[in-house]
Design a protein around this ligand. Structure first.
Ligand SMILES: [Zn+2]
Length: 307
């Protein structure tokens, strides 16, 4: 049996996994992401880690890669967090490795969706994964494969316009979903909220993290409860808008904020039901299960499904 390498390239580190073809993870390690000089040394650093870990590239059946940017047919068109402009990932990696090994690449959120999809017990062919972290990421799986879109940008649910007069988003737009339903948004709403609600228990904290807002909401703090309501209201409505179009049977919610579990998900389901249309109201909204490993598992699946 040959082995497969899975790489999840992020702005801080590259998660690397060595799998056998049956999906057993034999070892995993991390490489720091060096974004200096346009991220030119990233593949060199990955190669060096292969040598350190004793990876025999000629014995691999393929390498799967997730990258944080729009990917179309193996080429990433700008990955700001890596310092990359347009990079043909298979070509660049094979040149660095001096190998003809097969390389398959996808957008990291889409690849994570494929990872979660592959590990589900449900018999579904179509699914949406939404990750609630610093931003809001999304990936759509249709007929068992990632949807890239015409230009590699499919699944960017975080930048769906919820209110054109809403808060400024990192993308330059206003009122994108991620300005309401990300960890960044929760912190912003909390810091703005304590100015007008100085009696909130959040006002006693020197720093407010996303987890604090959930904890204080649990304890009955009205400001915190209102913030979680807003997160869930916007997220449920965004999912309903997507699903009125696609009628997917399953929506998974992952990322740091999703650790709030049923407390958040039950509110998201309520908001979804208030806004959904027709048969798509039957969709199930459930927690994702792979956590930080979703991207690596998905990169492994890219090799198995496309190889
Ligand atoms: Zn945006």
């Amino acid at each position: 049996m040959k082995d497969v390498i899975a790489l999840d390239i992020g702005g801080t580190s590259v998660k690397c996994g060595l799998y056998d073809e049956s999906g057993v993870l034999k070892k995993k390690w991390r490489v720091s992401t060096n974004t200096n000089g346009g991220g030119k040394s990233i593949f060199k650093d990955i190669h060096a880690s292969f040598q350190k870990e004793g990876i025999d590239v000629s014995a691999l059946s393929g390498i799967g890669v997730g990258v944080p940017g729009p990917v179309k047919d193996g080429t990433v068109h700008g990955a700001v967090n890596l310092g990359w402009e347009t990079v043909n990932v298979p070509e660049a990696l094979k040149t660095e490795l001096k190998s003809g090994v097969s390389v398959y690449v996808g957008n990291d959120a889409n690849v994570a969706a494929l990872g979660e999809f592959s590990k589900r017990g449900e018999k579904v062919d179509n699914m949406l994964l939404i990750t609630l972290g610093t931003g809001v990421g999304g990936g759509i799986v249709l007929n068992g494969d990632i949807v890239e879109g015409a230009h590699g940008g499919a699944g960017e649910i975080g930048h769906m316009s919820m209110d054109p007069e809403g808060p400024l988003c990192s993308c330059g737009g206003h009122g994108c979903l991620e300005t309401y339903s990300s960890a960044t948004a929760v912190k912003r709403m909390a810091n703005e909220g304590i100015k007008v609600n100085p009696d909130s228990s959040l006002a006693n904290l020197s720093y407010i993290g996303g987890r604090d807002v959930f904890e204080h909401a649990h304890q009955g703090d009205a400001l915190s409860e209102g913030i979680i309501e807003e997160v869930a209201e916007q997220l449920g409505r965004a999912i309903a808008n997507v699903n009125t179009t696609l009628d997917l049977p399953l929506i998974l919610i992952g990322g740091g904020l999703a650790q709030a579990g049923e407390y958040l998900l039950s509110k998201v389901r309520g908001s979804y039901q208030a806004a959904c249309f027709g048969t798509s109201c039957q969709a199930e909204i459930k927690p994702a299960s792979l956590g930080n490993d979703a991207g690596m598992v998905g990169a492994f699946e890219l090799v198995m499904r496309r190889g």
